[in-house]
Design a protein around this ligand. Sequence first.
Ligand code: PEP
Ligand code: MN
Length: 354
Amino acid sequence: MELNLQPLNLPSDNVRPFVIAGPCSAETEEQVITTAKQLAGKGCHMFRGGVWKPRTKPGGFEGNGEKALPWMKRVKEETAMLVATEVATPEHVELALKYGIDILWIGARTSANPFAMQLLADSLKGVDVPVLVKNPVNPDLELWIGALERINGAGITRLAAVHRGFSSYEKKLYRNAPMWQIPIELHRRIPALPIFCDPSHIGGRRDLIAPLCQQAMDLGFDGLLVESHCSPDDAWSDAAQQVTPDILDYILSMLVIREKVDLGEDLASLRKKIDEVDNDLIELLARRMRISRKMGEYKKEKGMTIVQPKRYTEILDKRGAQGSLLGIAPECVKNIFEHIHEESVRQQMEIINK
Ligand code: PEP
Ligand code: MN
């Protein structure tokens, strides 16, 4: 399904990065207003605050609910920043709209659930509000696109995606693995869809916010959704990943923002060289496949099986090591050769079964 998209049409549409910042949770009126006032006038364009909080385990702070919505309204009135909050049910949508929330976002646990997404989409019919859809917790691009399609199908054309990383059993450096190839592929498939990066939920740690923001900018993301709290250590949720508005301002001021388009001479001539190398690669692959077919004929004649595991392992190891000497990740070379081998086996099968 092709998405019907329009620009978000917000005051900071043409600014890159478009920054939405604010606390993980709207904890108290004072915390909300203090944080918002500190953020206003810095690099921040819009205020975020979680009113309903999806928590992994019960018994913790699950958000203030409706009680916090007038605080968000006050932020709008007193700072002129627009405000955003997470919605997970039709009831949340109704309340958020009632209190004048300007942007709704859909969290990672909700976008993973098509039933919940459809209910949300139905509740948004006939409403004109921008909606941000976070990636589902699991690394499934189709599920993410499906969630966007459901919202778009309800008539919401001011739509954007938020990359917040993917959950994994083994926690390594990141709280949620970035797997950048997924948002990159989303952008390739739907170029008109703005993409935000949420470095807070990817990193899970304050010191990872700056490098993640820079990476997102280098990859051409449009905006950032960052958690910022007036007193991060005292936060009621996600304390380890929140930064003060001052620190956020510093991080933003240090970002190197590269131009998204540059079709100057140098780039055009480098692209031409890449095209030439790609041509050579395809021709070499075709040559390799012709040899494979000859081997297929030989194996057929001798009554041999096609796959010789020892030889296959030898190719993967040898080429992986060679790649690493030439500065290419051995895993990448192995992946490429796995695909080449798969096609080579298919070609030999064709010969044998002829
Ligand atoms: C959040 O933004 O506060 C949040 C709960 O994020 P996610 O849905 O990405 O976990
Ligand atoms: Mn959070």
